[in-house]
Design a protein around this ligand. Structure first.
Ligand SMILES: CC(=O)SCCNC(=O)CCNC(=O)[C@H](O)C(C)(C)COP(=O)(O)OP(=O)(O)OC[C@H]1O[C@@H](n2cnc3c(N)ncnc32)[C@H](O)[C@@H]1OP(=O)(O)O
Ligand SMILES: O=C([O-])CC(=O)C(=O)O
Length: 373
């Protein structure tokens, strides 16, 4: 029987949510090219699209926004619990714990009905930014800032992190990153959520597990690893030598390569444009140094290995330029991907089959248990 390590190239089910087209390096959400969604639609509209299959009309969007805004605040018990977590833990651990706690607190935790799951998904979408922002402020020794009910999803996140909203160009770049991160078919974290759901477990358990899968540096954790790597290299003139040494040492270069796209990630040109806008508006020598280094490493990687960057490469630097602390980058990915995960949980439940592959046994032949003494 052929073995497909890492399930590479294996098609395990159908989905109507998105498609990553390998041959053309393109991506659509419910049939719409992600480039067009990023250019013309808000993140809230994209969330609605992923969950409902169609873009909202004006009234539907107004109602969706109002419900999301009303659900943003955390209750006192949650805030107190999260404030007790050690500051040495990663913010992804805080987020994972928060979702698990939301499940424990929710009397409808085990109700996997469509309406109940939609309500839980919206609650998570609304509350996760409040958790992430409060955690960043706690680590900076600052009091949390409550959500602002008159601000959009992206603006409100800046408000809760920094107490102010940057100019619309910056907010737009952030929103573009949220649209691009929202959904990507059967990636590792989404598949994790589907595996958990396939046992008929609850939505919170599936999302908690998905957060754990996203945290790893081969998946979502790469956007943080990109920034650590740029800081390690430091000087743009060192990029080439650093890369040669790293490749000789068999290091994986963070933010490069992809399981599905082999000739470039469909989302990178859009995110790179957004990043370029952030760099030019900064007009700061330190930002120019980072952008030059970023470009030099991309060029060296393509020349030496023929490997293209993935979305985490431009997103990592963009989040740094927006002022977020590095450990927040993957939690921001969660704030967006919660839409894709929960759309997949709903889809899995609608056509469920327990996910349980086979393994080819490679251990010792059957043998007798030695008698003790
Ligand atoms: C949003 C996201 O989750 S996107 C992914 C984010 N992850 C990263 O950026 C981490 C760095 N990248 C990687 O580790 C890989 O490219 C992955 C895990 C994303 C994809 O891996 P796979 O599809 O399993 O490809 P695989 O690891 O087999 O790579 C194929 C070849 O390219 C090489 N390669 C692929 N990516 C990289 C990389 N980033 N750095 C160095 N070499 C790489 C591998 O070493 C391998 O070479 P070999 O055939 O000589 O052994
Ligand atoms: O599809 C993947 O394997 C990883 C990825 O790019 C994503 O989840 O956005």
């Amino acid at each position: 029987m052929p073995i497909h390590r890492g399930l590479a190239g294996v098609v395990v089910d159908t989905t109507e949510i998105s498609t990553v087209i390998q041959e053309t390096n393109s991506l659509t959400y419910r049939g719409y090219p992600v480039q067009d969604l990023a250019a013309h639609r808000s993140f809230e509209e994209v969330a609605y699209l992923l969950w409902h299959g169609e873009l909202p009309d004006e009234g539907q969007l107004r109602d969706f926004r109002a419900r999301e805004r009303a659900l943003r605040p955390l209750d006192r018990t949650t805030s107190e619990l999260l404030a007790r977590l050690p500051q040495t833990c990663h913010p992804m651990d805080v987020l994972r714990t928060a979702v698990s706690f939301f499940g424990a607190e929710d009397p409808t935790e085990d109700d996997g009905g469509l309406a109940v799951n939609r309500a839980k998904s919206l609650t998570l979408l609304a509350r996760l930014p409040t958790v992430v922002a409060a955690d960043q402020r706690r680590r900076r020794g600052l009091a949390p800032i409550p959500p602002h009910p008159e601000l959009g999803y992206a603006e409100n996140f800046f408000h809760m992190c920094f107490g102010s909203v940057p100019d619309p160009d910056v907010v737009r770049c952030f929103e573009i990153s949220l649209v691009l991160y929202a959904e990507h078919s059967f990636n590792a974290s989404t598949f994790t959520a589907r595996v958990v759901t396939s046992t008929l477990s609850d939505l919170y358990s599936a999302v908690t597990a998905a957060i754990g899968a996203l945290k790893g540096p081969l998946h979502g954790g790469a956007n943080e690893a990109v920034m650590h790597m740029l800081n390690e290299i430091g000087d743009p003139g060192h990029a080439e030598d650093w890369l040669t040494e790293a490749l000789t040492g068999k290091r994986k270069i963070m933010g490069f390569g992809h399981r599905v796209y082999k000739a470039g990630d469909s989302r990178v040109p859009i995110m790179q444009d957004a990043l370029d806008r952030l760099v030019s508006r900064a007009a700061d020598p330190e930002v120019t140094r980072l952008a030059t280094l970023h470009a030099a490493l991309r060029h060296a990687m393509l020349t030496h290995k023929g490997i293209h960057p993935n979305l985490d490469y431009p997103a990592g630097l963009a989040y740094h330029l927006m002022g977020f602390d590095i450990p927040l980058f993957t939690p921001i990915f969660v704030m967006s991907r919660i839409t894709g995960w929960t759309a997949h949980i709903t889809e899995q439940l609608a056509h469920n089959a327990l996910i349980r592959p086979l393994a080819s046994y490679a251990g010792p032949d059957q043998r007798a248990v030695p008698a003790i003494g």
